[in-house]
Design a protein around this ligand. Structure first.
Ligand SMILES: C[S@@+](CC[C@H](N)C(=O)[O-])C[C@H]1O[C@@H](n2cnc3c(N)ncnc32)[C@H](O)[C@@H]1O
Length: 259
């Protein structure tokens, strides 16, 4: 079901996606040309990518107790680290985009739901930022921590445990967030629950990224619900992820963009 559904969604995305020539909003035109469609400096992420390569070559098995919807691709609780690295992580292209979004948003305070092996977290932590990342699987969190240590990324705080219980406590002690990345528990109800909690911590220039918006009918429905939320003023569908803006000066709009 999932593979067929994703293929169908991709065809629809491909038919609908436009580029800067069809954008009327000056804000979205700039965001597309200066952030989405811009190349990152080529060697900025080489060190992080060398860590990804090590994970891709590591066939050691670990017992994964995923508290969310589980992998869309892998089954069973024992998984090779290489398989997790191959199927669960944001691609280099997507993670580089998230780094550019952070630079654009001049983000300091960043939250990532779903750390996995920590490769994407290292991308989020590249600048002068403080990243809080949430992971529910202890063996996976252990590997992510090792990667943060190897990369000497002291600006990352990994919160271990089920987001259902860890996120509310964290938010009680937290002010506004600049960039939020939702990438855990890919189901309708949890996604909207986390969205509902996090929306109390956005400001006008916060950028929220929702991953895997077409990975399943549930996620697509969650994405459609987010788009029409009263506090959302613009949303961008890049197929793999959706990007949400909260600035009331934007005319309410939704666009599907090539990436
Ligand atoms: C798709 S992976 C994250 C990938 C990562 N953000 C990236 O971009 O490479 C999702 C992760 O979320 C974790 N997760 C799912 N549901 C969770 C929950 N309710 N609480 C904590 N972690 C959860 C899983 O264990 C998994 O490691």
């Amino acid at each position: 079901m999932s593979k067929f559904f994703q293929a169908k969604c991709f065809i629809q995305y491909w038919l609908e996606a436009v580029d800067e020539h069809s954008l009327h909003s000056p804000f979205l035109f700039d965001f597309y040309t200066q952030v989405i469609n811009k190349k990152s400096p080529s060697n900025d992420d080489e060190y992080i990518e060398s860590l990804r390569q090590k994970l891709l070559q590591n066939t050691q098995g670990i017992f994964v107790d995923d508290p969310g919807s589980g992998s869309m691709v892998l089954t069973g609780n024992e998984r090779a680290i290489s398989d997790i690295a191959r199927t669960s992580l944001s691609t280099r292209k997507s993670s580089s985009l998230y780094t550019r979004i952070i630079t654009y948003a001049q983000a300091r305070h960043i939250v990532e739901l779903g750390t996995s092996l920590g490769i994407n977290t290292l991308y989020l932590a590249q600048g002068d930022t403080h990243v809080t990342t949430f992971e529910g699987s202890a063996p996976i969190a252990r590997i992510a921590r090792q990667n943060f240590e190897i990369a000497q990324a002291s600006n990352i705080n990994l919160v271990e445990g089920n987001i259902d219980t860890t996120l509310p406590g964290f938010l009680l002690r937290t002010g506004k967030l600049d960039v939020i990345f939702l990438d855990a528990n890919h189901r309708y109800t949890p996604t909207l629950k986390y969205f509902g909690w996090l929306i109390n911590h956005v400001h006008d220039r916060t950028v929220m990224i929702v991953d895997d918006i077409h990975a399943s009918p549930e996620m697509q429905r969650a994405w459609q619900t987010i788009q029409v939320n009263d506090r959302v003023y613009a949303s961008v569908d890049l197929f793999r992820c959706g990007i949400v803006f909260f600035d009331p000066s934007l005319n309410k709009q939704h666009v599907v963009l090539s990436f």
